[in-house]
Ligand binder design. Structure first.
Ligand SMILES: [Zn+2]
Length: 440
């Protein structure tokens, strides 16, 4: 490559935390330079027109193996987690590797178009579906290796001791392409069984030098506190910084003093939390009289204590949740409502939960818009973060490993009744023609 010649330059973008407009130069798979005006050329140049550039989004918790099965199942009439799990048994029994691969692929492509270049997917490992979910999602991962990276978590959705044989299957899953060990300790019969469940999973992770990401206390029942057991067992093995806990809904029902103590312990141990408010706002608190629990952990307290919190999609049109588009901006907007994050700094925190903090959960090296980082970025049709969230801004371009992998052009038309107000359309920001027409 000649001096001053790059593969891609994204010109004239706004970057949160920096004043004015910037150019981002990419060489190969890496960001090579960022400056207000780069005197250089590239094979491909994009004009950002002062749109906001952000590091690509990271999806920290999704179930690609179950995505879109909702359209084949009867509705979850009680709306509970328990009914969702039993509804799923039949589809899990019937699902083939090929069908899982197809459904997962649809959602992966949707996630990439939404600006995501790294995902962490749980896959059910149990005696119902065996390792087919793992095989299906691993095949979908290979199909889309040019678009994104996917971490796969071996997830004992049915419990380990409640579903005899799952322990052996988890061992096989870790030998067959799963990257992380999952868990579902509150699904066991009691806390003793839950502790053995956690210990088994952590020992397996240590043997495979793998991270741990468990579904923890996804229940309204405040008597469950497997989050505390997870911190115990992770610390005992020096695995705190490699351990994450998803959901942790019961934390909302804990007594305040206990919650504060456990949150402090999580911060000290380096255990991270992934909240999944789309699904949990839908599922939890179903048995409550008013006031109703909302099924999300104490997000503000976790953040204040210094615990890394990421926000995940969890479900896409399955027995648990009828919606979901694998769009991190939608998840961030839902988490902002669920946790009441409305000030500029709180909005920034909500966005970090699908970006920087999610990257921390996935332990991605050198994430961000900085020279040397992998060139994974998204240019949003918005001028600033709050506008991106409010407008659910289209992702103008998505770049993965230095290559443009997706683009979106929004076209809207508004037709006024009086002449002279005939509206035009076209892609928008920073001042969308459709919006301008609406104000005319
Ligand atoms: Zn989940």
């Amino acid at each position: 490559m000649a001096a001053g010649m790059f593969d891609l330059i994204v010109r004239r973008v706004a970057i949160d935390g920096r004043d004015g407009s910037h150019d981002i130069a990419i060489a190969g798979e890496r960001i090579a330079a960022i400056a207000p005006r780069l005197d250089a050329e590239a094979e491909v140049e994009l004009d950002g027109e002062d749109r906001l550039a952000s590091p690509a989004f990271v999806q920290p918790h999704i179930h690609l193996d179950k995505a879109l099965v909702g359209r084949r199942l009867p509705p979850n009439s009680s709306g509970t987690l328990a009914e969702a799990i039993s509804l799923l048994h039949e589809s899990k029994r019937a699902a083939t590797v090929e069908e899982i691969r197809e459904r997962a692929g649809i959602v992966i492509r949707q996630a990439v178009i939404a600006g995501t270049t790294t995902l962490r997917s749980h896959v059910d490992v149990d005696t119902i579906g065996g390792l087919r979910p793992l095989e299906g999602v691993a095949a979908a991962r290979a199909d889309h290796a040019d678009l994104c990276d996917i971490q796969i978590v071996a997830f004992p959705q049915e419990g380990i001791w409640r579903n005899p044989g799952t322990d052996e299957l988890l061992i096989r899953a870790m030998r067959s392409g799963a990257d992380l060990v999952g868990g579902m300790p509150h699904w066991e019969s009691d806390h003793d069984a839950a502790r053995r469940h956690i210990a088994f999973c952590l020992d397996l992770a240590v043997r495979h030098d793998a991270d741990v990401d468990m579904h923890v206390d996804e229940t309204d029942d405040g008597r469950w506190h497997t989050f505390e057991l997870l911190i115990d067992e992770a610390e005992r093995r020096g695995w705190g910084a490699r351990t994450s806990a998803g959901h942790v809904c019961a934390m909302a029902a804990w007594e305040d003093g206990f919650a504060t103590a456990v949150i402090r312990r999580a911060a000290t141990a380096g255990v991270k939390v992934i909240t999944n408010p789309p699904t949990n706002l839908m599922l939890q608190g179903r048995g409550d009289a008013e006031p109703r629990r909302r099924g999300i952990p104490r997000i503000k307290e976790l953040l204040a204590a210094g615990v890394t919190v990421a926000a995940g999609q969890d479900c896409v049109e399955d027995a648990f949740y009828p919606f979901g588009t694998a769009d991190p901006l939608q998840v961030a907007l839902i988490v902002a409502h669920a946790a009441q994050l409305g000030t500029p700094s709180e909005i920034a925190a909500a966005l970090r939960m699908v970006g920087e903090d999610a990257a921390r959960v996935l332990r991605l090296p050198v994430y961000g818009l900085v020279p040397g980082a992998r060139a994974d970025l998204v240019v949003l049709d918005a001028a600033k973060p709050q506008e991106a969230l409010r407008e659910q801004a289209p992702r103008r371009w998505v770049v993965c490993r230095g290559r443009i992998v997706a683009e979106t052009i929004r076209e809207q038309r508004l037709h006024r009744s009086t002449s002279g107000h005939e509206a035009s359309g076209g892609h928008c920001p920073p001042s969308p023609p459709a919006a301008a027409a609406a104000q005319a």
